[in-house]
Design a protein around this ligand. Structure first.
Ligand SMILES: Nc1ncnc2c1ncn2[C@@H]1O[C@H](COP(=O)(O)OP(=O)(O)OP(=O)(O)O)[C@@H](O)[C@H]1O
Length: 241
């Protein structure tokens, strides 16, 4: 493993169910994500994108193959150790933000640290720092309902990276946002990756994938192509025609 590698999938296959009704959602997927790298995953509905994220995040064990997160082989850890690694190393960002409505923005961002045993007064400083990074300083006492969709997603990004967690797994993070708000959220995600995190960005939108260093295309659970994105300017020129 190289020292900058955050995630490696080696020959990962996932099958749902057994027998005649079983579905092969992923088949022999190899993928690495290093520090400073954002990898976009594209593919038609049902091609296995969400399954790839759940396996990468240790939420589901592959049927075969290995998942290695920051040098830890998940197959060799107990469920409890996987849960600890997930809390300390991984952050998830979902299409529908998944913030807890009864907690303020600051409390939402603090939560992963508190779940990891930090007393709330010690979680406060890193949570404030994480909110500042997504340019939401001063909004920590707002509840999700008092924030715009884009602001809520920025809170979710702060929650994903709070306390130095380094691998961001984002499933259609711009799916519920208008395009200019979506671009702001992606700029923030890109900024976190440039600051030393790594990330997977599942998206249907080629313009959003252009924020990534690499685009991986899934079809029927297999990686069928990898490319570098076209420069963002080219995509916008195309859209104007
Ligand atoms: N819990 C499950 N049980 C059975 N089959 C499943 C389950 N989850 C997903 N699948 C199947 O696995 C395949 C891959 O699904 P997955 O949700 O990973 O694709 P996706 O590319 O994320 O799709 P979408 O873009 O619609 O979210 C599909 O055929 C889907 O029907």
């Amino acid at each position: 493993m190289n020292g900058d590698e955050l995630l490696r999938l080696d020959g990962v296959s996932v099958q749902y169910g057994r027998g005649e009704t079983s579905v092969t959602a992923l088949s022999g997927v190899d993928l690495t994500v290093s520090r400073g790298e954002l990898v976009a995953v594209m593919g038609a509905s049902g091609s296995g994108k969400s399954t790839l994220l759940t396996v990468a995040g240790g939420l589901r064990q592959p049927t075969s193959g290995e998942v290695v997160v920051e040098g830890h082989w998940l197959s060799q850890l107990s469920p409890r150790q996987v849960a600890t690694l997930r809390r300390r190393s991984l952050g998830f960002v979902f299409q529908d933000f998944n913030l807890i409505p009864s907690l303020t923005a600051l409390e939402n961002v603090s939560l992963p640290l508190e779940l990891d045993g930090f007393p709330s007064r010690r979680a406060r400083r890193p949570a404030l720092d994480a909110l500042a990074v997504v340019e939401l300083q001063g909004k920590g006492d707002r509840y999700p309902a008092d924030l715009s969709g884009g602001q809520q997603q920025r809170v979710a990004i702060a929650r994903a990276v709070v306390g130095g967690r380094s691998l961001i797994l984002a499933d259609e993070p711009t799916g519920a946002l208008d395009s200019s708000t979506g671009e702001i959220v992606l700029r923030m995600l890109r900024g976190r990756v440039d600051a030393g995190a790594g990330g997977i960005l599942v998206t249907h939108d080629a313009r959003h994938a252009a924020w990534a260093d690499r685009i991986v295309f899934l079809r029927d659970g297999r990686i069928v192509d990898q490319s570098e994105p076209a420069p963002i300017a080219t995509l916008f020129e195309g859209a104007d025609r």
